[in-house]
Structures are given as C-alpha cells and as structure tokens.
Design a protein around this ligand. Structure first.
Ligand SMILES: [Zn+2]
Ligand SMILES: [Zn+2]
Length: 229
C-alpha cells in the first residue's frame, strides 16, 4: 500500500465532500452519499445510457457493443466529476477505497464473474502518472468480493491520443488494435473496470480483445457514465 493510503486508512475519516468528521469507512457522510448523482433507473442494461423502463436502447439493438452489460454507479456530474479529477491528478487514494466499497456493496449480491480486468494504461502513461486509477479501485473490489484481478492479462499496446475532441467514428478507429491479451480467457466471465465511460470506445475495444481471447461474457463496471454528449 502507498504510504499516503496507509495514513489515510488509519485516521478517522472526514467526508470527502463536506469535510465533516462523519465520513466513516466510505469517506462520505450519509447526507453527501444520498445526494450523489446515482445512476440507477431507466438505464440500458448493455451500455448504461438512459433508456425507458431499463430496456435495451436503440443503439445497442442496432449495433450491439462487444460487451454484454454495463453497470455504472453514478452519472458523470458534479460533484463526482471533480472528485474523479482530483483522484486522477491528486492521487486521492481514499476515493479508490470509497468507490471500491460502493461497487462491492451495490453489486456483490448479484455477482457472477470469474475475474476482473482493470482498463490498462499504456506503459508511458503509467510511468507519468505513477498509478492506474482503475486498478486501484479493482484492488478494493477484489478484496471485498474475493474476485481475482488479472492485472497482467491485457496491455495497451498503442498510445491513444486524448479522445475528447474527436468525433465518435474517429475514436472507434483510434482504438483499433489498442489492446492485446496475453492470457487464455476461454469460458471466463470477465468484468472490465474503468473510472469513466464516455462513448464506450475504449471499453468496447478492450471487450473485443478479451472476447477474442475466449471470454464468454464481458461486463463493464464504471464509476461514472457520461449521459449527455
Ligand atoms: Zn459530507
Ligand atoms: Zn444501450
């Protein structure tokens, strides 16, 4: 464990959002937790975009993604959006624990998976940042749900430029051949873990790779889903 994470784990938790001393083990007080932008109703089960009565959305019917299901804890909105920014760039390990515990609490009961693969970072990016935010969350979930992580199963072999400004089709194209899987995943039910899902282009490319390695069911778990583009 990183030293900062260890120190945080030993101190009484203040709430990440309102700084009250009521953060408890989650690092969020009851009121702030309640007010988070939860993403739980009227969601397409495959891509987690808004869809009436939780039915498969038109997009997934027309051109199904490579993954079979998506679960998202939150919508990518304030204050979650700025929390995740802090997490990425301020190395806020508390947030990894918060999100990992929330995933475990909200999805543990209906879990049917063999392993978890966090979204891989390209080696270069990992060196710059020093940690993989998705892997940090996955470690917490793994411990809670006794679900193995395959940290080394997949690699990002192509550094991808920042995607935000590109049109959707271009993003899909950029992601082609972005990943490789070095493990045999025959028959496995795999969970892919990422922090934010925007167009789903990266997760779709990773899901394709994992399925090509034999996985029979692929589910995306994301902390937050962008719901309006
Ligand atoms: Zn609070
Ligand atoms: Zn959909």
């Amino acid at each position: 464990m990183h030293l900062a994470g260890l120190i945080e784990a030993l101190l009484p938790q203040s709430c990440l959002l309102c700084s009250s001393r009521q953060g408890g083990i989650l690092g969020l007080c009851g009121g702030c937790l309640h007010d988070m932008p939860w993403h739980r109703d009227n969601i397409c089960p495959q891509c987690a975009l808004p869809s009436k009565d939780n039915l498969l959305c038109g997009q997934c019917l027309q051109a199904p993604p490579a993954f079979d299901a998506t679960r998202s804890l939150f919508q990518y909105q304030f204050p979650l959006s700025s929390m995740l920014q802090q997490y990425k760039y301020g190395q806020l390990f508390t947030l990894a624990r918060t999100m990992g515990l929330l995933f475990a609490a909200h999805t543990g009961l209906s879990l049917s998976a063999d392993c978890m693969i966090p979204m891989p970072l390209h080696r270069q990016r990992l060196q710059e940042r020093g940690f993989n935010q998705s892997a940090e969350i996955a470690k917490v979930i793994s411990k809670q749900l006794h679900l193995p992580i395959r940290l080394e199963a997949c690699h990002r072999i192509k550094p991808t430029p920042p995607q935000a400004s590109l049109p959707y089709k271009q993003r899909i194209k950029n992601m082609q051949g972005a990943f490789e899987c070095i493990n045999d995943l025959t028959g496995q039910r795999v969970i892919l873990l990422d922090d934010v899902m925007t167009t789903g282009a990266s997760l779709n490319a990773l899901a394709k790779t994992v399925k090509a390695a034999g996985a029979r069911h692929v589910e995306c778990w994301v902390v937050a889903r962008t719901v309006s583009e």
